[in-house]
Design a protein around this ligand. Structure first.
Ligand code: AMP
Ligand code: MG
Length: 285
């Protein structure tokens, strides 16, 4: 992976084995030079159109030349950390035809009857697509772990299995970008309060969110282990300071832009006889 020192990927990358989440400033604006208004304008006026153009080329390359490459953006974070906001504001910049968004909820009876990666495999993006996971297989080493559904040994086994699975995705042409949207305990309270105070946001609120909030330190430990054990060369984790929504969007748009720019997908070459074809396009009488 060609990463410039100053790239957003480089700055937010979680180095395997040295993750201390307490050391992170969740309100940081790492790498972003401008103000909130400037970052928002940049997303819609500059980065967004660039993302859309690159994504169109990725799609065209797959359709035209069988280019197998694709991108998978994995979004993880506590409730209210902004997964939906990233999908709306960042992924929304891309053309809808080239994007698949898959949300992973509490597993259904059918899903539970399969290996935990079964539903994940079914949601993977096809060649030319940018796939987005709103939660992911990581729930099976996070919420499941925090609630005692698996022990330490099983978690370790799953980490190895996930690393092997993601290495396989990379081999098949998938560039995996995993983002942990990191918010503070205080900011989550603000956002849950905002949801409770706005009837149009009640649909996003579940009483269980408060129960999970009570387990914050356990989630912190589980996330730290996930980052330490599964931030690999094939599928790196990025810790995105997410208390400020504008920065979170700015950072993830740049993670995508850097990735797609590196992939540099090309429109397929054609050998059309353009003048000949134009001549055959009969005008209406
Ligand atoms: P939300 O993302 O707010 O719509 O909520 C989805 C819920 O599904 C969250 O509480 C997740 O923790 C839960 N969930 C997702 N995947 C799993 C899983 N594999 N096992 C248990 N709960 C899960
Ligand atoms: Mg929720």
């Amino acid at each position: 992976m060609a990463k410039k020192k100053t790239s957003v990927r480089n700055r937010l990358h979680a180095e395997p084995g040295v993750v201390n989440l307490d050391g992170y400033d969740t309100a940081a604006t790492t790498g972003s030079a401008g103000t909130k208004a400037e970052a928002q304008a940049e997303l819609t006026k500059s980065t967004g159109p660039k993302l859309a153009a690159l994504q169109e080329r990725l799609y065209a390359a797959a359709a035209g030349t069988g280019d197998q490459r694709r991108v998978l953006l994995v979004l993880q974070g506590m409730d209210t950390s902004g997964k939906g906001g990233v999908i709306e504001h960042v992924v929304g910049q891309l053309g809808p035809a080239g994007v698949t968004v898959t949300s992973f909820k509490k597993p259904t009876a059918q899903e539970l009857a399969h290996h935990f990666l079964w539903r994940i495999r079914r949601g993977l993006p096809a060649a030319g697509q940018v796939g987005v996971f709103d939660r992911s297989h990581y729930e099976d080493v996070l919420v499941v772990r925090v609630h005692g559904g698996i022990d330490d040994a099983e978690a370790e086994r799953r980490f190895d299995e996930i690393n092997a699975f993601e290495a396989g995705l990379a081999t098949e042409g998938t560039t995996v970008i995993k983002c942990f949207l990191h918010i503070s305990f205080a900011e989550q309270r603000n956002r849950l309060l905002a949801r409770l105070e706005d009837p149009t946001k009640h649909w996003k609120f579940r009483e269980g969110d408060i129960t999970e909030r009570g387990l914050w330190p356990d989630y912190g430990k589980a996330y730290a282990q996930v980052l330490a054990r599964t931030s690999t060369d094939a599928a790196p984790w990025y810790v995105v300071p997410a208390d400020q929504k504008w920065y979170r969007n700015w950072a993830i748009s740049h993670l995508l832009l850097e990735t797609l720019t590196d992939l540099d997908p090309q429109f397929p070459a054609t050998d059309f006889d353009v003048p000949g074809l134009v001549a055959r396009l009969q005008p209406p009488h």
